[in-house]
Design a protein around this ligand. Structure first.
Ligand SMILES: *Cc1c(COP(=O)(O)O)cnc(C)c1O
Length: 398
């Protein structure tokens, strides 16, 4: 939970700039705001940090996904490939756009497997959302090339690997569009918040219009007279979020480097245990080290080791049985329990819909014997000692 560990005077100072003007909205009030445009400044700084041409602040990562999917013209009748190991928001965003999320298998990095994309593609498939889960990149270059071959849009869900990269390019900027989340659990936080990024001006414009009721944001005429091309909704980021985001962004590289140090030490200790292997990292350099994923020979050993660690005060996550991060566990998705009573968009979809574990053998096998540890940005020496000796003691029972 890194960013939220570091909220301090830098965030307070940025927020005070906003409160002193009293202008909490990102648009308008040009006189009163005395030159304070925190969301705009955050977007510019973030785009620079990522090396992206455009960034658009929105209310959450979930909203960012919906805005991006809409900008990409994903809608009713379409199918979108998403990984089986994911946070539920990605699936929900596809459904919110009126399209069908198609569960796709994962590779040894525990991210969307490019090899399993091909057999999930149908005449309805329009896009793929590789999710850089638990801090580390999917094999994004291969995913992009498979997508190109089949004329699919690529939307990177980089809610969980903010600051990460793949072979020197920042995650979120490699596909047609990317999104980030700044919710309270994420690598950097604005309480709630998200960002849409792209190098494509047309896609940026569509996202910009859609996220604010269609407004074309023409400062020359003022908000009331602005033009519009498409209908939209309200996903605007506010100035308080932008202010916190600016302060957190300046801490992002520090967060990642501290996590890498802590992760490195724990990983070394685990590496000394017979039978323990690690989640494959397609680019170890680009890992943000928010999580440490490691595996045991089988599910029984994984659960036994998890219990032995827990007895020594060390928590790990067994995602195969997690309620929110593994699609086969979402009974409300499987049962088409949509908030609308018509079961839109499932009912009436022309393609087949399958959330059964039969189609994701690799996810079942890999997640069945993998444990994850959350890496904090601050760790007291005594705690590190406890973890290292706990690992050693727990390993005796294996
Ligand atoms: C957190 C998360 C989201 C959603 O972000 P929110 O800001 O919480 O709405 C989307 N995708 C993934 C993979 C996430 O982890």
């Amino acid at each position: 939970m890194p960013g939220n560990e570091l909220i301090g005077k830098e965030e307070i100072r940025e927020v005070m700039d906003v409160l002193e003007t009293g202008v909490l909205m990102r648009y308008e009030f040009d006189e009163r705001r005395k030159g304070v445009y925190k969301v705009r400044e955050f977007e510019e700084a973030f785009a620079r940090y990522l090396g992206a041409r455009h960034a658009l602040g929105v209310t959450s990562g979930s909203a960012a996904l919906k805005v991006a999917l809409t900008a990409l013209d994903i809608g009713p009748g379409d199918e979108v490939l998403v990984p089986a190991f994911d946070f539920i928001a990605t699936y929900e965003a596809v459904l919110e756009a009126g399209a069908i999320p198609v569960m796709t298998d994962i590779d040894e990095s525990l991210n969307l497997d490019p090899a399993s994309m091909e057999n999930r593609i149908t005449e309805y498939t329009k896009a793929v959302i590789p999710v850089h889960m638990c801090g580390a990149p999917a094999e994004i270059d291969v995913i992009v090339s498979v997508a190109k071959k089949h004329n699919l849009a690529v939307l990177e869900d980089n809610a969980q690997a903010c600051g990460g990269s793949y072979r020197g390019t920042k995650l979120g900027t490699i596909g047609d569009m990317g999104i980030l989340s700044f919710d309270y659990y994420k690598t950097m936080t604005t309480g709630e918040g998200g960002m849409v990024v792209t190098n494509n001006k047309h896609l940026y414009d569509r996202a910009d219009w859609y996220h604010d009721h269609g407004h074309d944001h023409n400062p020359a005429v003022g908000r009331a007279l602005e033009g519009r091309t498409i209908l939209g909704f309200n996903y605007r980021m506010n100035e308080l979020q932008g202010a916190v985001g600016l302060a957190q962004l300046r801490k992002l590289d520090y967060i990642v480097s501290e996590q890498k140090k802590i992760k490195g030490v724990i990983k070394e200790a685990l590496g000394r245990v017979d039978g323990i292997g690690f989640r494959t990292l397609h680019d170890p350099e680009g890992d943000t080290a928010t999580f440490l994923g490691f595996n045991l020979p089988d599910a029984a050993a994984a659960k036994k080791f998890q219990g032995a660690l827990k007895d020594r005060g060390i928590d790990t996550i067994y995602y195969k049985e997690n309620a929110w991060h593994y699609a086969p566990n979402w009974e409300h998705l499987i049962g088409w329990a949509t908030a609308n009573s018509k079961q839109f968009p499932f009912a009436g979809h022309k393609g087949s819909i399958d959330y059964g574990v039969g189609s994701i053998p690799q996810a079942e096998e890999l997640l069945g014997r993998t444990l994850f540890m959350i890496i904090p940005v601050k760790m007291a020496d005594e705690r590190m000692e406890q973890i290292l000796s706990g690992i050693e003691k727990a390993s005796k029972g294996l």
